[in-house]
Design a protein around this ligand. Sequence first.
Ligand SMILES: [Zn+2]
Length: 468
Amino acid sequence: MSAFNRRINPRFCRINGILPSFEGGDRPAFLYPVGRAPDSPLLERLETVYGQAPLLEGIPAPEWERRLGEFEDESYGPRQDDPGGYDEGAEGEMGRDELDRLAREAPTVGLVDEIFRKAVAAGSSDVHIEASRLAVTVRFRVDGVLTDFRTLSRSQFWGISGRVKIMANLNIMERRLPQDGRLTVDLGFERVDMRVSILPNTWGESIVLRILKRGFTPGSLADIHLEGRALELVRSLCEKPQGLFLLTGPTGSGKSTSLHAIIEHIRRPEVKIVCLEDPVERVIDGCTQVQINEDIGLGFAQALRRVLRHDPNVIMIGEIRDSDTAELAVRAAMTGHLVLSTMHTNDSVSALGRLSDLGIPPALTAGVLELVAAQRLVRTLCPACGGAPRPDAPCTACRGGFSGRAAVWEFFPFEPDVRAAFLAGAGDDSLRELNRAKGWKSLAESGMALVEAGLTTLEELRREIWIE
Ligand SMILES: [Zn+2]
């Protein structure tokens, strides 16, 4: 190593994306990761320090990262707990100027733009950017499935994170607490809104961007795949002056899309609708939407208490997850409001047990409950290639044979005979049997119908719905 190398601090190297090269002889020489060439202010600074223009060479980013690790080990001695890549000391001490510089560099701006552009083009619902010890992974969620988009060099992380924070008006210096925000990307042909959630992790941060559709038009009941008897059931529910409708399913099962479609069906000038949502994902005209914010003490229960004073006809509660909200929802449904909400249960009948766990006596449940539905989304086979893209001629209309999704439904209308059986203490299994005897399909049966119709595969069904 030539003499000049000893005067350069590894921390400076990491922050600035350069590394002293062994090849330079007496002349200062630096390696940089390809795609992140030193900018002119940095070059001027190096020239001033060394009295001559340095030699520069670009090498693949992972190789650069590895060599920088060696240089750090040489300078500091190997870190026991932290053999390379992530450097808490150097990264932790980056000041606002350094972070700001990383975030505003042309390659960083270009990279973040490219990620957003590709994500939107792929029809993604979310973008996940996650720092790990040696790399940064970028993944897209398309049709509910997370797929790798690209693995980037570790050294690019704070630039990307900073760029996202600047775009979302978040605090670029905050790296220890979670932050939430919103940003708008101008992709030239369209503007796209994204909800940003940043969570610190061991190696930096995990950044999730939810892509929001601008100019969203709520779907109709047909768009959520309701037909026949089920469609009639939901239509008649929408006419009820009061009562409780519960939609169950895990996160990502399409519950909020369905609730919005139902709200859209109910919506007319003489009906006052209030939606308590966490988060408000789409703007619905003619409907008062309240953003739930637990951090400032506006949980579902607190918001619901206030909303009841506004005397709405229909109340949509994003989710019932605590006893206060459950009790208020039931009380509202008893006193002249149609209440629509969601719960995390495996199937429709399980919602009864969940209500009871939340302290609602069976008599009250029986008094207000009108309908429970369970929902899942399954990917549907691509109509262009029939779900079997040929390896030699990949299908341009889909990803791996799937394109779009369909809802799988299970309905459990709380009709007088069911109500009576429930009050007489019938267990979940006998209630399921009673429901099926009346011709209502279980989730698995509805899913199998889609497989038999050639719309999806058994494998896809198994992924979303537990079936034997
Ligand atoms: Zn296809």
